[in-house]
Design a protein around this ligand. Structure first.
Ligand code: FE2
Length: 376
């Protein structure tokens, strides 16, 4: 082998075996997709995008895709009992089923990950219609959650084959949400390192941050968390597990009500958190509230920030700083009746971290909600 070839081979071995271009969409399995899509359009400012169901040749389900900037959500509901989607909704309630990742090659993504031990959810298969083709494959991650790999070969349709464009007379104003910043998984006792290893070995991710129960504890409860990132940083998956405390932690409450491991929150990025949160609140989205004393020492803790503190305090937006800048964030209450999935709204101003300085105030706010539900 010539030197040149040997070098090329070395580069190939070190190359990212699972190059990801970002989140393609998030799919939720829900009890009533028609109403869920309406709720997310109304409350979060999404637009109708595409529909699949009996009218488009899909007999067992109905799916509604909605979009805002680079964010695409899909809501899927079963049309009958006694199938995998119906069982999923019965067991878990409404929740995230698919975290779909955009790839250049869905076949290679499936082969590289299953070769490294991933459990297959769906072998690579090509879907075609008059607008082009999409190749899709998938693997399981924690719980019954799935990572789909989506390869779009210049697909020109509304969303993907099987769907038709969904035009609606109801098009609420957007709220400024831009893209998925990160998705957090809650896993069971002593399972965090297993899933860290999965993301490292099976998907080629790196552990970029770790928090132990000293970082994330209140008087009553604790949790541990490790943040996994893919090579280019476009896809970040923090993994939480409960830790021993005097009372039941938020992760335990989630595991009990979701009946297993699953996605705890999806963080949605905005370029103007004050405008976005004002709009969301006006449309009925409920947020966790920290005590107003949080703002007394804000500037001494995080230094100078561009935003006025008054609207931050009024809306309950939290601020944290790291070596690279600062971030603003806020968390919704769970968006279902089960205390399971919620959303984070985040605006990054240089910071690449996750708001460690806010953990205590935030988790105390969650515990006050848990207490009201009788689950602390
Ligand atoms: Fe988060």
């Amino acid at each position: 082998m010539s030197t040149q070839l040997a070098t090329a081979a070395t580069v190939a071995t070190n190359a990212d075996f699972l190059p990801l271009q970002g989140t393609d969409y998030v799919e939720f399995y829900v009890g009533n997709a028609k109403q869920a899509a309406h709720f997310y359009k109304t409350a979060f400012g999404f637009q109708s995008l595409a529909y699949a169901g009996p009218e488009t040749g899909v007999k067992d389900r109905a799916s509604y895709a909605i979009r805002q900037e680079k964010l695409t959500f899909v809501f899927t509901t079963p049309l009958r009992a006694g199938n995998a989607i119906a069982d999923h909704v019965y067991k878990h309630g409404d929740g995230v089923k698919m975290l779909a990742l955009r790839v250049e090659d869905a076949t290679s993504a499936w082969e590289e990950t299953t070769k490294r031990g991933a459990r297959s959810y769906m072998e690579p298969h090509k879907m075609q219609d008059d607008d082009g083709e999409v190749v899709m494959s998938g693997i399981y991650t924690y719980g019954e959650t799935v990572h789909l790999f989506i390869e779009r070969r210049n697909y020109k349709g509304a969303f993907m084959p099987g769907y038709r464009a969904w035009k609606s007379n109801y098009n609420p104003t957007p709220t400024g949400l831009q893209y998925v910043d990160h998705c957090v998984g809650n896993v069971g006792w002593n399972q965090m390192n297993k899933w860290v290893k999965f993301y490292e070995e099976v998907m080629g991710f790196r552990n970029i941050l770790s928090f132990d129960d000293n970082d994330i504890s209140t008087e009553y409860s604790a949790l541990m968390s490790k943040v996994m990132s893919n090579g280019n940083g476009f896809v970040k998956f923090p993994i939480n597990e409960p830790a021993e405390g005097k009372k039941k932690s938020q992760v335990e409450e989630y595991l009990e009500f979701y009946d297993g491991e699953g996605c705890q929150h999806v963080a949605l990025a905005t370029n103007n958190i004050v405008e976005t949160v004002t709009a969301l609140r006006d449309r009925g989205v409920e947020f966790l509230q920290v005590p107003t004393s949080y703002y007394d020492e804000l500037e001494s803790r995080v230094g100078k920030i561009d935003e006025d503190v008054t609207p931050l305090k009024e809306l309950g937006i939290l601020v944290d700083r790291d070596d690279e800048g600062y971030l603003l964030q806020i968390f919704t209450k769970p968006v279902e009746d089960r205390p399971t999935l919620f959303f984070e709204i985040i605006q990054r101003k240089g910071a690449k971290s996750f708001g460690k300085g806010n953990f205590k105030a935030l988790f105390e706010a969650i515990e006050r909600e848990q207490e009201l539900r009788g689950n602390l």
